[in-house]
Design a protein around this ligand. Structure first.
Ligand code: ZN
Length: 532
């Protein structure tokens, strides 16, 4: 008898092929049949429902929260069976004496109170496996983390010794199964690096047949130079490359038609034979880093120094004019576009906009912003914002572009307890649902078959996740069964921490993890290591 039979469902297999009715059989973690399936230990009636490959998030930060949420509660309930993490230059390894404080600070900021007892990337991956995980995870090593581990915090001189050290960290990560290197060049300490440093490291990635993925330096006034730098690096390293959340934020001084012209650069590189793709996010809002608007001269000496400087009103006065970086609409005074996700020092302000915060704190928005940063001290880098970043039209052009995978750029969370309290935003709870309910069903921007392709087979192929992302005999049984007409988010801006409805069953490596909306507590997830 086989393990699991899913009967009478509409199969959307991930290849963009139109849906077809078939039964699907699972044995020992693999799909053994699609078509006629014999009797099974567990029989599931999927009459009227979609049977799809489990969703693969091409750009996630769930490594921030996995140690405090090994069950991946909020994302697995949306049908996400694999998350690609370690993005935007941030990973939890390598860790050295120079970087252990910042790594621990991040883990603590996301409610993990256990030991941070890994140093190498390999040890980190093992620590994920040892405690068990519900979903699969594949990891990039982050350039910011590599830099911090090499003892670089700002714009100091990068020596040959630094370069060799960093390349050594990258090599160790690659040999341990990292997918490749990610950069986050709007964030510290990555923003201080010169292109030659990146070239040195991307070449190391190339030697291991890895991938380069980048949150590029700039997506407004210097977007073309940034994309050019990215393409030059991918070429120099002879690597496959992914442009992370390739978008242009609304009203931030980008040139006319910037997104289309920048995407044209990517498409031209593809014609010339480069293996480059991109991904997007689902919401008009996005998650951001609070410190990233601060000018380089201020963050150059580390965040303890920033906290000290913020006590000085003369510094504050200067900053009111000079925080023109990253979310540049803040500099323009568009505070209604900015919400604080959470702050350990001001828990009552979580989820509020800055005009709302200003009313409560009885100060102007800038002083509130500086007070919140200052109170976090050296951990201010962990403070997260939620901003209104995109227009609906821009979302439509990104989600429908054939070379864009569909991700969320969030992290998995849970609807109660300490982690829940510090992730007050819709991103963990309904990002993937937004594609199915909003972009496919309401806006009709793309067909369900196309959306599922961009949420499964496309990112799986992109990141070399073999035998995943497509429903086919012999592939791993990562599956989601859902009601396409009724799948919807119940998460709202005022009450974001609510799971969606319409996701019936989620299976990871042949094991049922979500059964009629209920998490079974099973942890069949695997760390997916790069195979070259
Ligand atoms: Zn990013």
């Amino acid at each position: 008898m086989i393990d699991l039979a899913i009967r009478n469902g509409w199969v959307i297999d991930g290849t963009m092929k139109e849906r077809f009715r078939a039964d699907l059989g699972v044995v020992g973690g693999k799909i053994i049949e699609i078509g006629r399936v014999s009797a099974a230990e567990r029989e599931i009636d999927a009459e009227g429902l979609i049977v799809s490959p489990g969703f693969v998030d091409p750009h996630s930060h769930s490594d921030f929260t996995l140690h405090s949420n090994r069950d991946s509660h909020s994302t697995i309930r949306q049908g996400v069976t694999t998350e690609v993490v370690g993005n935007c230059g941030f990973s939890n390894a390598p860790v050295t004496d120079q970087s252990v404080i910042s790594t621990v600070a991040r883990m603590r900021a996301y409610a993990y109170d256990g030991p941070v007892d890994w140093r190498t990337f390999g040890e980190y991956l093992e620590s994920l496996e040892t405690g068990g995980i519900s979903a699969n995870v594949a990891c990039f090593v982050g350039h910011n983390s590599v830099r911090a581990a090499a003892g670089l915090i700002g714009g100091e001189q990068v020596t040959d010794t630094h370069l060799k050290k960093m390349a050594g960290f990258v090599a160790e990560a690659m040999e341990s199964g990292a997918l490749g290197l990610s950069t986050g060049l709007e964030f510290t300490p990555g923003l201080f690096c010169q292109t030659n440093e990146l070239e040195y490291l991307v070449k190391e990635v190339g030697r291991h047949n890895g991938i380069y993925t980048s949150h590029v330096r700039n997506r407004d006034s210097a977007i073309f130079e940034s994309i050019q730098e990215f393409l030059d690096l991918a070429k120099a390293g002879n690597v496959a490359a992914q442009i992370s959340h390739f978008n242009v934020r609304h009203d931030t001084n980008a040139p006319e038609d910037a997104w289309n012209r920048a995407v044209e650069m990517m498409m031209k590189a593809r014609v010339q034979g480069m293996d480059v793709e991109a991904d997007t996010t689902p919401f008009r809002t996005g998650i951001g880093v609070m410190t990233a608007i601060l000018p380089e001269w201020l963050v150059n000496d580390g965040y303890e120094e920033v906290a000290r400087a913020l006590k000085n009103n003369l510094v504050r006065d200067r900053l009111r004019n000079e925080c023109d970086r990253y979310w540049r609409f803040i500099h323009k005074g568009q505070w209604d576009r900015v919400r604080l996700s959470s702050s350990p020092s001001f828990p009552e302000l979580g989820g509020l906009t800055f005009p709302e915060i200003a009313k409560i704190m009885k100060k102007d928005e800038w002083d509130c912003y500086f007070d919140i940063l200052m109170a976090a001290g050296s951990a201010m880098d962990e403070l997260i914002l939620v901003g209104e970043l995109f227009t609906e039209e821009h979302l439509a052009e990104m989600t429908s572009h054939p070379e864009f995978s569909l991700g969320v750029d969030g992290y998995t969370s849970v609807d109660h307890g300490p982690l829940s309290d510090v992730t007050v935003s819709q991103h963990p709870y309904c990002g993937h649902i937004e594609y199915l309910a909003h972009h496919v069903r309401e806006m009709k921007t793309l067909t369900l078959e196309n959306a599922i392709h961009k949420m499964t087979a496309k990112p799986a192929a992109r990141f070399g996740l073999t035998r995943r992302g497509v429903l086919q005999k012999g592939n791993f049984a990562d599956l989601v069964i859902f009601d396409a007409a009724n799948v919807r988010s119940r998460s709202t801006i005022d009450e974001p921490r609510v799971y969606p409805e319409g996701i019936r069953l989620v299976v990871v490596n042949g094991v049922v993890v979500v059964d009629d909306g209920i998490h079974t507590g099973k942890r069949p997830g695997q760390v997916l290591r790069r195979v070259s």
